[in-house]
Design a protein around this ligand. Sequence first.
Ligand code: GRF
Length: 203
Amino acid sequence: HRLVVLISGSGTNLQALIDARDAGTLPVDIRLVLSNRADAAGLDRARAAGIDTAVLSHRDFDSREAFDTAMLERIDAAGADTLVLAGFMRILSSLFVRHYAGRLVNIHPSLLPRYPGLNTHQRALDAGDTEHGCSIHFVTDELDGGPVIAQASVPVLANDSAETLSNRVQTAEHQLYPLVIAWRAADRLALTEQGVELDGQVL
Ligand code: GRF
């Protein structure tokens, strides 16, 4: 099963996928790690793991569509059965999203449909939530709105800051993402007209 991973930053979720691959629990070929930022620390993680990397800066393109088309060509040249967004901080055009329909997954640091968008940990704190977490979803045209595949929840503690809460959510992310991608690698997970199906059952 061929993966391409898109990042913009630290790449701790990428690292979790690499670690699972190396541990033998995630039988995938990570074909390419693509970043829109040359200084993304995740690129070093990929290089250290012997994975091909590419940088395409959105600043070098006149439009979102031109940038997305360049990414799409690079991704398809690498070959991707599943395209994994792991802290990729650009909004994708519908041209791109439709091309990868059913093959494109994202991890978002909230219990969707709560808190699409940014600053999710602070928003959960401000709302007085006692529970927070992360969601993995198929990507559709709606920002952070595609059908949810799996979620992990963590408690919000009385003295949490956005940072301590974020750390707890990230620990959950690093467990959940390799698990969900392993379902893909085993052909157990698909997006159909009925919705998200795991082992042929609609979730
Ligand atoms: C994660 O919290 C993920 O939920 C969000 O961006 C963050 C990426 O972190 N989409 P990392 O680059 O994987 O460390």
